[in-house]
Design a protein around this ligand. Structure first.
Ligand code: GLC
Length: 797
């Protein structure tokens, strides 16, 4: 990369959004980092970059990783499912993905869409269009390649499809590849395919480990199953030996470094086009492999798969469509935010360009929050996930922190003060979305035996917290609360979390509804009393004078107090004081004013201030993160979402919108500069380096972050104010005063609410009137309309 390029921060030179197509298009392959997409049918997945690098896995990247991706290694973004196009006469070759061959296309662009990534490239009169996607009908990555001869002479081409197979168990590959690699094989299958078998001993689930096939719908001119033969030594994907030496060698592999390479020889007359489809897939056994390949080669299979993918996404995203005065926000809300949130729901925090997919399985806390953003789109998916989580709960109400439903590994059992409480929020949202309380009676097993109804699980969570209060009356911190690092000041088990008290309060308000809906009115009184008690504590012991304190440390001192020099103020305690409804009005406002004064930056709100270097003890500081990074004074985007909600609850729409807009990824990127921001401009990152870092604005850990779910909730339910509640759809926007209005089409309980909001009075908040199909409504909650397909709603602020 040359110096001139690194200074070019003009994002238009790199990408554009194509909102009609729900795509983002890339103009350069040499982005600051790989900008990823996830292709998936829920079982077979591929993470693929804008330049063709990426990794495929079946169900689990821990134990069934199919291809190899070299996390953190140079060259960046290797390997991937690559195609090489070679001029048979001259021998020169290039890749439609631009990477990894040295010869670059003369014209090139790529794009990520909903569940697919496409590449369009030209070189030497040959145009190549490739679409990669995972269709719903087979567990395979489909590489749909179309070649056209745009020149005036016939062209003889050699075309190669290549993927490097790794050991499926990535961690064991790192540890013991020297011997285990001799237990894998790549064989030529009679149906013109390569079949990779991962036969390594002591796998967690050998009977469920699939075979991997690489096949095409075009006759093969050659193949290789041995990476050494195809790539050669002291070479890489940039200059494969087989391609330079005239073609594939016909290697198979019984032990060694596996790969799949297919060769096709194609002659194209001027103007002629040819399509080659390649399938990288999994199947349970040889018979299934044959069946899957046969099926994939049937005429129309690829087109039908792509069509079905498109329909699935338009059905899913069809639950919501808004038109706003702010196009950046509109695009995010209608397209990329729900798309990202869905990927979080699928992958938890497991595998991304930043996370290696080796140990994080499903996080209880993380996934419980992800559910919130899937409820509006697919309540069945959401309920299944809720039950999966509740299956990780013990009879006493606490839960496993991470668990491994695919891998069958032992869960991580550390007990946190917040984990088990999150699920009540998802359950309440499900109830509000469907209006049907029946699921609260569904039976779900406890992790340590026996079973209980969904409601009993939720009640057990409250009971657990009630049994774990500290000497001041707040919930004990236990291993941590939402802020992962807090164990450092609570190791002795005496520390208490003031934030968890606020989370508990938020949950108790929901539990009062859930208890009533589940037929347990006796619990509502108890929950109300608990809430009152915690509320008093928060406003007394929890109040520091200008903001709320964060915790009480083992040594009895407060964390998040003006009396210290570092980590005086923590964002979460200010936002949740209001979200929970606990803060006395003046304190809630004052606390959020302190957020604005002390934590807000032009690139988002910092999690704490000032950053920690020596607190509370230079020999054992609360965190090892450098100033301004990660959990220490960075802009933690996930926690910013709660500031947006809190400001909406306080009615300050301009401020709420400032907090929302400044973190829109493309907006933040433009402000920070593309080469500083680095991550994708279409999905949220977990955090941005804060102003105390010399890399202020560097975005980190994109894609998989609770930011996605909560931003979605914050903007749709609080800023736009369209929020399902138990008795209908509540409309209570809190917008910038200068907005003239906006519209939303939202699917709710089987009916499409076509809502148009006008704001001639230039207010932030306050619904003056609502009519539904011309009929004036009392209050601001729209009822359900069973049997109706649509209703026209006019809202005046
Ligand atoms: C990460 C974790 C999440 C945690 C947060 C704050 O995002 O995935 O569980 O709550 O960091 O520590």
């Amino acid at each position: 990369m040359n110096a001139e390029l690194t200074r070019n921060n003009d994002s238009k030179a790199y990408y554009t959004f194509r909102d009609e197509e729900k795509e983002v298009e890339f103009k350069r392959h040499d982005m600051p980092t790989p900008w990823m997409n996830y292709l998936s049918n829920g079982t077979f997945h591929t993470m693929l970059s804008h330049a063709g690098g990426g990794v495929a896995f079946y169900k689990s990247p821990q134990i069934w990783r199919i291809t190899r991706y070299r996390f953190f290694h140079l060259p960046m973004d290797r390997s991937g499912p690559y195609i090489y196009v070679q001029d048979a006469k001259t021998g020169s070759y290039w890749c439609p993905t631009s990477e990894p061959a040295l010869d670059k296309p003369e014209e090139w662009k790529s794009a990520h869409g909903m569940g697919y990534t496409r590449f369009e490239a030209k070189r030497g009169g040959i145009a190549a269009r490739t679409v990669y996607f995972v269709g719903p009908h087979e567990n395979s990555l489909i590489w749909n390649l179309n070649l056209t001869n745009e020149g005036t002479e016939a062209k003889e081409l050699k075309v190669y499809a290549y993927a490097e197979f790794g050991m499926m168990e990535f961690m064991r590959e790192l540890q013991w590849q020297c011997y285990n690699k001799h237990q894998v094989s790549v064989q030529y299958h009679e149906g013109e395919a390569l079949v990779y078998r991962y036969g390594v001993e002591n796998q967690p689930k050998p009977e469920e480990t699939p075979l991997v096939y690489l096949a095409a719908d075009t006759p093969l001119a050659g193949y290789d199953g041995d990476r050494e033969e195809f790539i050669g030594s002291y070479r890489s994907e940039t200059n494969p030996a087989a391609i330079e030496n005239g073609g594939c060698t016909g290697s198979t592999l019984l032990g060694g470094d596996p790969c799949g390479a297919l060769q096709f020889n194609v002659t194209l007359q001027p103007g002629e086009s040819r399509t080659i489809n390649v399938f990288l897939g999994t199947a349970t056994d040889e018979t299934e492999v044959s069946r899957a390949i046969f099926h994939s080669r049937e005429a129309g299979f690829v087109e039908a798969s792509f069509q079905a993918l498109k329909e699935n996404w338009s059905g899913y995203l069809g639950a919501w469509e808004s038109r706003l005065p702010d196009q950046d926000a509109e695009r995010m809300i209608n397209i990329w935010n729900p798309y990202q949130a869905h990927r979080n729901f699928l992958f938890s925090r497991n595998i991304s360009f930043y996370a290696t997919g080796t140990f994080r399985g499903v996080g209880y806390r993380d996934t419980a929050q992800d559910i919130l953003s899937v409820v509006p789109f697919d309540t069945e998916l959401a309920l299944d996930k809720l039950k999966l989580l509740l299956g990780q709960q013990y009879r006493d109400g606490h839960v496993n922190h991470y668990f491994f439903p695919n891998e069958g590994w032992e869960p991580v059992t550390s007990i946190h003060s917040d984990d088990h409480l999150w699920t009540a929020l998802s359950a309440w949202d499900l109830l509000a979305e469907t209006g049907d309380a029946a699921f609260l009676q569904a039976k779900v097993p406890y992790y340590d035996g026996g079973e209980g109804t969904v409601y009993e699980h939720l009640r057990a969570a409250i009971d657990f917290t009630a049994s774990q209060l500290g000497s001041r009356g707040f919930p004990l911190m236990l291993r941590s609360d939402w802020n992962d690092q807090l164990f450092r000041v609570c190791r002795e088990g005496k520390g208490e979390s003031i934030w968890t008290s606020m989370q508990l309060g938020t949950v108790l308000l929901r539990m009062i509804d859930l208890a009533a809906a589940a037929g347990h009115p006796e619990d509502t009184v108890r929950y109300g009393a608990m809430y009152e008690l915690q509320r008093e504590l928060v406003n007394s012991i929890g109040w520091d004078g200008r903001w709320f304190r964060r915790a009480i440390m083992d040594d009895g001192r407060f964390l998040g107090s003006d009396e210290h020099d570092e980590a005086k103020i923590w964002l979460n305690a200010q936002t949740w004081a209001t979200i929970s409804g606990m803060a006395d009005v003046d304190k809630g406002l004052q606390a959020m004013d302190s957020v604005r004064e002390m934590l807000d930056t032009e690139l988002g709100i910092k999690k704490i201030h000032p950053s920690i270097t020596t607190f509370p003890d230079p020999a054992d500081p609360l965190t090892n993160y450098n100033k301004g990074t990660g959990e220490n004074g960075a802009v933690f985007c996930h926690a910013n979402t709660w500031a947006i909600i809190a400001e909406c609850l306080l009615g300050r729409g301009d401020l709420a919108y400032k907090y929302y807009r400044q973190l829109l990824p493309n907006v933040a990127m433009d402000k920070a500069g593309l080469w500083r921001y680095k991550a994708e401009p279409y999905v949220y990152a977990s955090n941005l380096f804060g102003p105390e870092s010399d890399k202020f604005g560097l975005a980190n850990v994109s894609w998989l972050t609770g930011t996605a779910a909560w931003m979605y909730v914050a903007v749709t339910q609080y800023i736009l104010g369209v929020k399902p509640v138990l008795n209908g759809l509540s409309i209570d926007p809190c917008i910038p005063a200068d907005w003239e209005g906006f519209t939303v089409k939202r699917r709710f309980r089987g009916c499409v609410y076509d809502i148009s909001v006008t704001n001639a009075n230039k207010v932030c908040k306050g619904v003056k009137s609502i009519t539904a199909d011309g009929v004036l409504l009392e209050g601001n909650i729209l009822p359900a309309y069973p049997g109706r397909s649509s209703v026209k709603v006019e809202v005046v602020l």
